[in-house]
Each structure stands twice: as C-alpha cells, then as structure tokens.
Design a binder for this molecule. Structure first.
Ligand code: ZN
Length: 373
C-alpha cells in the first residue's frame, strides 16, 4: 500500500509578511525589514524536491479539504475561531494571538484548509486507502491552544484531526508524538486531562515557548501520566535523537497501545536550522521515522499520519523531509548533498549528558496509563 501525501499550492500563499524574522520591522530599534522566519520557502522547496526527485510518483496524492467550523470548535473556542475569521477579512490581515504569528487577508481559509488537509490524511489512513500519510500543510499548528494561536500557528491542525478521528471515526486511543524542536505546548494543553490521548514531545530544552515542556508536566486529573516531555540539551545530534525515540517513544507507545499514531513533524531540529541548536541530519530523520513506523506497526496496525510543523532552513528542510517521506513510502534514498558536511559535525554520537536527559524521561514511561491517586 502507498503513502498518502497532502499538499496544496495555496499553503504557500499564507502571508506572514515582511517583519524582521520575528518582530515587526522598526528602524527606531534597528529592526530592518526581512522575511518572517515562517515563510513559504521551506515547505514549497520540500514539495518541489518531492516532485523533482520523482518520489511523487510513489505517493498517493490526497486532496485537502477545508475543516468546518464544527470540526475546529471541537478543539478551539468560538472566540478564537471568530477572531481569526474576522481579522482575515481586514486588508492587512491579523495575528494569531501572540504578536509573533501574523497572517494576511484570507488567512482564515488557508488555515481551515491546513486543518482539513490533516483530517484528509487521517481519514485516508483509517479507510485503509493508504498505509500511512504525510500532510505538508501550512500554517503549522502545534503551538495553538484552545483559546489562541501562537508560535506561527493559527489552529492546532493535528489536534483537530485527532478529535475528528475520535468523534467521527470512533478511534479510542490516540498517541501524538511531536518531534518538532519546540515544545508541542498547544497539543499538550488541549489533551492535558484526557487519558485516551498520549502526548509525547521531544524538544530542545526550554526554547519555545519559554519555560514550557518540562519533565514535571505530566497531565492532570484523569489524564495524569498521559503527557510526557523529553527536553533534550542543545547540541543533540542523530544518535541522541535516535536514543530518545528508542528509550522513550517506543516503550511509551508499547505501554499506551494506541489505535492511531499521529506525528507533529517539525524539521527544526535539523543541523542547519536557524531557530534551534540541534544537529539532526536527513539520516537522523530517516532513523527516527523507521523506529516510529516499526513500533506503530506493532501497536497500531501501522496506522500513522504526520502533520508538518516547523523547520526554517530553506536549504536543508527539503532533504530531511524527503528522507522521512522515502522511509514512509519504502523508497530508495535520492540522496542528500549536505550529508557529508552536517553528518560530520562533532557530537553526533550520544553524549553522557544527553543519555542522562533521556533516562529521566524514560523513567516516567512506567506511569503512563496510571491515574492520580
Ligand atoms: Zn518548531
């Protein structure tokens, strides 16, 4: 069976405008205009490499559709939905909620298509139309909470798809693995008290949001134990990431036994990313994807759908993404011209302080599924 793939050109039309990476340009404080960090280039170039490499011929194209108000409201408040819709009508658009997440006129419709694109990927997997699926959507979603967008995210695409799977498709237990380099705070908060949704976030320790994604964040009430964080030290490379997946994600999924595995897939732990200090190569992404697919085959009949989150190196994201998609599709590697350089960085072997960080998270796996007493 094939791998499903969602992409729509309009995702590149989500307009984050001319800012200075993060902040509105302002000569008074020295902020010269520049593209927003979350601009179309990384995702557009990823898609184009999927086409130019020929991998597209191995994939099953899935059509994105717009998520409905009802689907979005399973996760988000009416206030948030209506504010995004209203600001989307303004000539210069609006901001998702934190002042760092601008969107242009018409951004609401694009955000609905991104969320619906992930739903389409999940449906195709649940229908058995494809073995697994990747939704290359934009804007991203994992920082968005029920009440607000933040961190370049408008709606929490993957959470909306998870709620669809549960409410419309009868899927009971869902695991959401987030390997974007930033903490999947929005997703975690949405399912914090839900014992049937396991959230596991592997991220660089304390990057974004500040002071978020700590080991001590474990879920609450009936959901205690179903949130798990793996904060990794800066400078973690391929072996450190593989170790984290082997020691935490694999046993967590074996213990939780999900019916469906969703992945919030960012490529900003990549070795050339400007917004993190990690060193993962295309080979590292290939290895963690293999591990994830293997454990999902064991626990969940191989049902895996991934949603694209961050990744800010226009040169390198396409090669990391291609390696991941090739692994999902069982295709031969096209190659990564950067690998001889980034793969040769010092520090790829597991370092003792990284092993220590992973061990601290791994110790919590035994409590998944337990209830607060
Ligand atoms: Zn990120």
């Amino acid at each position: 069976m094939a791998t499903g793939y969602v992409y729509h050109e309009v995702f590149s039309w989500h307009d984050t405008g001319t800012v200075t990476g993060l902040f509105p340009s302002d000569p008074a404080v020295g902020l010269q205009p520049l593209a927003h960090f979350e601009n179309p280039e990384t995702k557009r170039r990823f898609h184009e490499l999927v086409v130019v490499s020929g991998l597209i011929d191995r994939l099953t194209r899935l059509t994105a559709r717009s998520a409905s108000d009802e689907e979005i409201l399973r996760i988000h408040t009416g206030d948030h939905l209506e504010r995004i819709r209203a600001e989307s009508e303004l000539p210069k658009g609006g901001d998702a909620g934190d002042g760092l997440s601008p969107f242009g006129k018409g951004g609401f419709a694009i955000a609905c298509l991104a969320a619906g694109g992930v739903i389409a990927a999940v449906d195709a997997v649940l229908d058995g139309e494809v073995e697994n699926a990747y939704a290359l959507v934009r804007p991203p979603g994992h920082h968005a909470t029920a009440e607000m967008g933040m961190g370049f995210c408008l709606f929490n695409n993957l959470s909306i798809a998870a709620a669809h799977a549960r409410h419309e498709r009868g899927v009971e237990r869902i695991a959401i693995v987030d390997w974007d380099v930033h903490h999947g705070n929005g997703t975690q908060s949405i399912f914090y008290e839900d014992p049937d949704t396991l959230t596991v976030s592997i991220h660089q320790d304390n990057v974004f949001p500040p002071h978020s994604g700590l080991l001590t964040e474990r879920g609450a009430g009936a959901g205690w134990g179903s949130a798990l964080n793996v904060p990794l030290p800066p400078g973690t490379g391929d072996d450190g990431y593989v170790h984290a997946v082997e020691q935490v994600v694999v046993p967590a999924l074996r213990r939780f036994k999900p019916d469906l595995v969703l992945v919030a897939c960012g490529f900003d732990a990549g070795a050339m990313d400007p917004l993190s200090r990690q060193m993962v190569t295309s080979d590292g992404y290939r290895r963690i994807t293999r591990l994830l697919l293997d454990v999902a085959a064991e626990t969940s009949g191989g049902k895996v759908a991934m949603s694209h989150e961050g990744g800010y190196s226009p040169a390198y994201v396409p090669f990391c993404g291609l390696a991941l998609l090739e692994t999902m599709a069982g295709a031969e590697p096209f190659g990564d011209p950067f690998l001889p350089i980034v793969g040769g960085f010092a520090g790829h072997p597991l370092q003792p302080h990284q092993a220590e960080a992973v061990a601290s998270a791994a110790a919590l796996v035994a409590e998944i599924g337990n209830r607060e007493s």
